[in-house]
Ligand binder design. Structure first.
Ligand SMILES: [Zn+2]
Ligand SMILES: [Zn+2]
Length: 349
């Protein structure tokens, strides 16, 4: 198969011909029909993820067709159209038994714990637990765009943040995660303040439902501006970027008893942020993480899509080829593009 491979962290990946994957006994091989380009792939390529062994193939936001399966797989057939959460559960640990596969102790992640979906084919473990059937009519590119950023934002707002209609939600960072959060929060009836440093991202945030946008480059006190705009502070804050400053500013934007959900990964130099703990105590703030969403929760997203309340396809700004994904991956650290980029062509070109 054709795949994007890097031999060393930080060294430019190449489009190579490599051996096809074989399905695990409990797993499947999918023909990849679409796969998103995510900042987590960039972190992995930079060497920030301890699970990755080189040579490596990135890619974890995928949708495709079952083309091979192991003998233990019961629920899936060749030809089924599926997607998969970026965290796949083992099915056996206490968290998986409780339905929290997104924090499984023995989790597998395509593109991290094994080769991912910047390729024509990808292997997925524990298929009966982790695969998600695509509703008829849901395009592969839209399904792929759900896999990581959208579902992580959905879980952050719905399950972890418990956002209610009429509440204020402050969202720091308007890349793929943040724009997903804007769309979902607006669909829940919340009022959204979006913060970013790029005018084109803020324009997208407004188009997706943000009531207030703040350009952090033109604002010396962003938390203060959020508190003013929300008449006393946000009920829920989201750091969708994963940066020591946006994490702290997001927490400082909350009103008393507010909830902060950390969605952006805190890696490298941002791995140990200074949390304003006096404020956390004095205001009785809550701080939680969101680490993806288990396969069985996808129905909640699909039903909001079917009702016309969510339209994740609007987040897709670029559709590219496998060859073009090399530049897209390398440029991810520079925050040049806006919205979500999805690889949709895998054949020879
Ligand atoms: Zn991702
Ligand atoms: Zn598990």
């Amino acid at each position: 198969m054709r795949a994007i491979v890097y031999e060393k962290f930080g060294e430019r990946p190449e489009l190579c011909q490599v051996a096809d994957p074989v399905p695990p006994a409990d797993g499947v091989v999918l023909q990849v029909m679409a796969t998103g380009v995510c900042r987590s792939d960039w972190h992995g390529w930079m060497g920030h993820d301890p699970d990755i062994r080189v040579p490596h193939v990135p890619g974890h936001e995928l949708a495709g067709i079952v083309v091979a399966k192991g003998e233990q797989v019961r629920h899936w057939r060749i030809g089924d159209r599926v997607t998969v959460p970026f965290v796949c559960g083992c099915g056996d640990c206490a968290e998986c038994q409780a339905g929290d596969q997104q924090v499984c102790r023995a989790q597998t992640q395509p593109g991290f714990t094994h080769w991912g979906s910047f390729a024509e084919l990808v292997a997925i473990h524990r298929a009966d637990l982790n695969l998600v059937r695509l509703p008829d009519g849901l395009e592969f590119d839209v399904a792929a765009s759900l896999g990581c950023r959208f579902t992580t934002s959905f879980r952050a707002l719905v399950d972890q943040g418990r956002v209610a209609a009429g509440e204020w939600v402050a969202i720091y960072g308007c890349g793929g995660v943040g724009l997903s959060a804007v769309m979902i929060a607006a669909a829940l009836g919340a009022r959204v303040v979006a913060v970013d440093i790029a005018a084109h991202n803020l324009a997208l945030a407004r188009a997706l439902g943000a009531e207030v946008t703040i350009d952090a480059t033109a604002c010396p006190d962003v938390p203060g501006a959020v508190i003013t705009a929300t008449s006393g502070g946000a009920h829920v804050s989201i750091d969708a970027l994963g940066h020591v400053q946006t994490c702290r500013d997001a927490i400082n934007s909350l009103r008393r008893r507010g909830r902060h959900i950390q969605v952006g990964l805190m890696l490298g130099e941002h791995s140990a942020p200074a949390i304003p703990m006096a404020r956390v105590i004095g205001y009785e703030l809550e701080i939680r993480g969101s680490h993806g969403m288990a396969a069985h929760r996808y129905d909640a997203v699909f039903s909001m899509m079917a009702a016309g309340r969510l339209d994740p396809g609007r987040l897709i700004q670029h559709r590219i080829s496998l060859a073009e994904s090399i530049d897209a991956l390398v440029d991810m650290g520079r925050f040049k593009s806006s919205g979500v980029t999805v690889i949709t062509s895998f054949g020879g070109e």
